[in-house]
Write a protein that binds this ligand. Structure first.
Ligand code: MN
Length: 197
């Protein structure tokens, strides 16, 4: 049985960047629905009982075809959003420090060049999906709620939800403004911790 994790801050805590209205809808409705539909899929298939969300997504192609789509979409949605809430903080923003900063600069030349590249890939993503930073500092995107775990890749250390439901109420079609503002709430401590997890 999977459960909806609480937000690690109040619904209005990111208010200058993401409104309380979006956070309530995104967390209480969208994420809850992913959890509910994932649970329905798992309950219909006894052999999936007891598996973690990471195990389900990593072994996606070996799951029964009857539940593969539900786990891909709703399991991916649950996994992605459970991380997304933690990648943001009202105390976030600024720049990473230490080993993470060094790794970013080694790959991109500067923190700003990394931000520009991550932003460009997020803007170029057609339709709904996510942009990810990998432990090797590469930036990749996936469509819908697809998980990198299902593609044999490492778990992401940072991710951005670029579905319209993540920003439309606040920014309408201006995905560029949403992304620009989002950098002000990125929780770099959590990103740095994932580099070693
Ligand atoms: Mn979302």
């Amino acid at each position: 049985m999977f459960t909806l994790p609480d937000l690690p801050y109040d619904y209005d805590a990111l208010g200058a960047v993401i409104s309380k209205e979006i956070m309530q809808l995104h967390h209480d409705k969208h994420h809850q629905t992913y959890v509910d539909k994932l649970n329905a899929a798992v309950e219909s298939t006894p052999e999936l009982a007891g598996q973690s969300i990471e195990q389900l997504l990593t072994n996606l192609t070996s799951l029964p075809e009857s539940v593969r789509g539900a786990v891909r979409n709703h399991g991916g949605g649950h996994y992605n959003h459970s991380l997304f809430w933690q990648w943001m903080s009202p105390d976030g923003g600024g720049e990473p420090t230490g080993e993470l900063a060094e790794a970013i600069i080694a790959k991109y030349g500067s923190f700003q060049a990394f931000v520009d590249e991550f932003t460009a890939k997020s803007l170029a993503l057609f339709g709904s999906g996510w942009t990810w930073l990998q432990p090797d500092m590469s930036i990749v995107t996936t469509a819908n709620q697809d998980s990198l775990l299902s593609q044999g890749l490492d778990a992401p250390i940072l991710g951005l939800d670029v579905w319209e439901h993540a920003y439309y109420l606040d920014y309408k079609n201006r995905r560029d403004e949403y992304i620009k503002a989002w950098w002000n709430v990125v929780n770099w401590d959590f990103v740095a911790n994932r580099l070693h997890s």
